[in-house]
Design a protein around this ligand. Structure first.
Ligand SMILES: Cc1ncc(COP(=O)(O)O)c(C=O)c1O
Length: 385
């Protein structure tokens, strides 16, 4: 019993344990990358990222490195709306009005090949160069003061389904290992099968020290999120103070974990992540066929059933639209009028400039529905631009 409680919720608050929570933890651990052997169930994405930041801090206190306090994250990322999570996020617009209240964290470049890779530089070299910004920032802050680097494997809301280029995350992992910095991956939006793997970072062949999931974990049936971590982190706390100084009333909620268990069983039994990979390629091809030559479509990207379209005023120069046009907002309305729910957002480039549309259809989408979705989106874009 004690071991089960430890595996699931390593604080003595909230629900102790339950059959669905145990089974769900087992299932996630079985499929998780690396040695993410502990699970902490919360009620959503922001709770998961907030808990991850606090866990990183407590870990370093437990192992006698209290000077480690800095979190490095990336520009144009989103990690949630609670103050700690918002501090890690790098979207200027979302942060602006709360700026005086945010915890000091620093932000390096995202891996955003379409807009930020100069012509003439290879994708690989670009990825290595922007990954190396992490090392520069660690050295600037002082290697003994940095506790974690936090990033989304495929950036969702704020960039529009942008995966890193090959080699980027391997270099990030190397740098984290070299300086004893924890790697926190936020898969709240891109995880749980959406990009073709149950865990998005499997594509990049890296394993984090702490991983956050939510959204697809409950597939909308129940509010639930989870933070997973390695035994190394867990053991430091268990053998140290013995108590993760965190918690919410509903951690490990039995009904939420029962719903998520049903979801993850469905995902794994039917190998829906693989289906998301296959159907995602069809979505990409259909988008390219319909919009690939459109003068205002700059980039069509993503992985699996997580696709982004970046809209530009000029394809050749990649110049974004004037934000005064409110292109993303207008497309959202036009798409809804067509009967399509999608997630257009502005501020792609810097929190103010740029527009993209995010598509994340259900994993059970059929070929005809791919065509229907792309047709409706095409109509919406034509109606607005
Ligand atoms: C990558 C990422 N992290 C964290 C969050 C926050 O999750 P929630 O809205 O469930 O608090 C989101 C929400 O969109 C997200 O996309």
């Amino acid at each position: 019993m004690q071991e089960q409680v430890e595996k699931i919720a390593f604080a003595h608050t909230g629900f102790m344990t339950s059959e669905p929570a145990e089974a769900l933890a087992d299932l996630l651990i079985e499929h998780a990358p690396g040695d993410l052997d502990r699970v902490y169930f919360v009620s959503g994405g922001s709770e998961a990222t907030e808990a991850a930041i606090k866990l990183a801090r407590q870990y370093f206190l437990e192992i006698g490195q209290p000077e480690r306090r800095h979190v490095i994250a990336r520009r144009q990322s989103y990690h949630g709306n609670t103050l700690g999570a918002l501090s890690a996020g790098g979207n200027a617009w979302r942060r602006a009005q709360f700026a005086p209240m945010l915890i000091e964290m620093t932000h390096i470049a995202p891996c955003y090949e379409y807009a930020e890779k100069p012509n003439g530089e290879s994708s690989f070299d670009y990825g290595q160069r922007v990954a190396n910004e992490l090392e520069t920032e660690i050295l600037r802050l002082g290697p003994d003061t940095v506790m974690a680097f936090m990033a989304e494997p495929v950036v969702g809301a704020t960039l529009g389904a942008v995966p890193a280029v090959e080699g980027y995350y391997k270099r990030i992992r190397e740098i984290c290992d070299q300086y004893g910095v924890l790697l926190i991956l936020d898969e709240v939006m891109c995880g749980m099968g959406r990009t073709g793997h149950l865990f998005a970072c499997d594509h990049d062949q890296v394993a984090p020290d702490i991983l956050c999931i939510a959204k697809g974990l409950g597939a909308g049936y129940q509010p639930i999120g989870a933070m997973m971590c390695t035994n190394r982190i867990f053991d430091a706390i268990r053998d140290g103070s013995g108590f993760f100084q965190h918690g919410h009333t509903y951690i490990g909620h039995p009904v939420a974990t029962a719903a998520a268990l049903a979801v993850v069983r469905e995902l794994t039994v039917h190998d829906l992540p693989a289906r998301a990979g296959v159907m995602g390629e069809k979505v990409q091809s259909a988008l390219e066929a319909a919009l690939g030559q459109h003068p205002n479509v700059g980039d069509i990207r993503g992985r699996g059933l997580f696709r982004g379209i970046e809209l530009v005023a000029d394809r050749d120069t990649k110049q974004p639209f004037d934000p005064a046009h409110g292109v993303a907002g207008k497309i959202k309305k036009a798409a809804l009028a067509e009967g399509l729910i999608c997630y257009p957002m502005s501020g792609t480039r810097d929190g103010r400039l740029g527009d993209h549309i995010l598509l994340a259809p259900p994993f059970i989408i059929e070929d005809a529905e791919v065509d229907e979705m792309v047709g409706k989106l095409n109509n919406a874009i034509t109606a607005v631009i």
